[in-house]
Design a protein around this ligand. Structure first.
Ligand SMILES: NC(=O)c1ccc[n+]([C@@H]2O[C@H](COP(=O)([O-])OP(=O)(O)OC[C@H]3O[C@@H](n4cnc5c(N)ncnc54)[C@H](O)[C@@H]3O)[C@@H](O)[C@H]2O)c1
Length: 275
């Protein structure tokens, strides 16, 4: 693998599990020194140990992104260990089963779940930017990436709070791009489709996975590596003219007509797609 991130220092929040863990491994394999940041210290240490064992350099840090103090301490620890920060991937999100089951339609959303989604997913990302951007400005620039979702763009029947938090990240990505672009900081959001990982998504029922697969244009649902590769690209100089963008990395999930799946089924029944 090329070392296109050689010399760069990256922070990946929520990288103890799932897509974030794979992203931390991929950034490290491409030459970055990586801060593996998660509320679960043991999980962060496990990923950092994998990176070290593969010949990379990683620092595991326990952080609760709802706490500004915790973020401030994490950023200091990263700068102390690695001397600079070039990349911030705001990936952490509250996605455990209890959270998802309390986050329903507006009349039935648990207010605590609303607060938690906004606190972790949106406010947490803002706080990480608030404390990382000054270091990037000092170093002459950087790249910030936000993990958002089709839920942040399209209406759906559940996950009201999650959707609002992910929409907020699209606005935040553009604000950061507008505010610090002239000083060399790029800021983009990736709108992720359904990705099967070893953590949150393993509890999603098979029938739901099948429904979602039908709405993706790819043969399979996403894999963490497919997301990590795009983060690595956005972290690298290869994407130096991309900023303020919301990039779908979703197997076409948000690209097509809502009538596509029933139409396909209709045409299959008719034996032709003649309209
Ligand atoms: N997997 C998907 O299908 C999918 C789809 C669209 C968007 N996304 C987004 O991608 C990102 C990663 O999702 P994932 O599927 O890997 O989820 P995941 O649950 O496996 O990973 C989330 C990580 O965030 C950590 N975390 C939770 N609360 C935290 C806190 N307060 N402080 C610090 N860390 C905290 C968790 O411990 C976990 O390691 C999320 O932002 C998610 O919204 C995922």
């Amino acid at each position: 693998m090329t070392a296109r991130l050689e010399g760069k220092v990256a922070i990946v929040t929520g990288s103890g599990h799932g897509i974030g863990a794979e992203t931390a491994r991929v950034l490290a394999a491409q030459g970055a020194r990586v801060a593996v940041v998660d509320i679960e210290l043991a999980a962060a240490q496990g990923v950092a140990a994998q990176i070290d064992a593969a010949g990379g350099q990683a620092l595991a840090v326990q952080v609760d992104v709802t706490s500004e103090e915790s973020i401030r301490a994490m950023v200091s620890a990263v700068v102390e260990r690695f001397g600079r920060i070039d990349v911030l991937h705001n990936n952490a999100a509250a996605l455990d089963t209890a959270q998802r089951q309390s986050d329903r339609d507006v009349c039935n959303v648990d207010v605590a779940a609303w607060d938690k989604a906004l606190d972790v997913n949106a406010r947490g990302a803002m706080l990480c930017c608030k404390h990382v951007v000054p270091h990037m400005l000092e170093a002459g620039g950087g790249s910030i990436i936000f993990a958002t979702s089709g839920f942040g763009q399209l209406g759906d029947v559940t996950l009201t709070a999650y959707a609002a938090s992910k929409a907020a990240l699209m606005a935040l990505a553009r604000s950061v791009a507008a505010q610090y672009g002239k000083q060399g900081i790029r800021s983009n959001a990736i709108m992720i489709g359904f990705v099967i990982n070893d953590h949150a998504q393993k509890t999603v029922p098979e029938e739901i996975k099948q429904i979602l697969l039908e709405q993706h244009l790819t043969p399979e649902l996403g894999r963490p590596r497919q997301i990590a590769d795009v983060v690595a690209f956005l972290a690298s100089e290869e994407s130096s003219f991309i900023t303020g963008a919301v990039i779908p990395v979703d197997g076409g999930f948000t690209s097509h007509s809502p009538a596509m799946v029933p139409l396909r089924q209709y045409f299959e029944r008719q034996g032709s797609n003649k309209l």
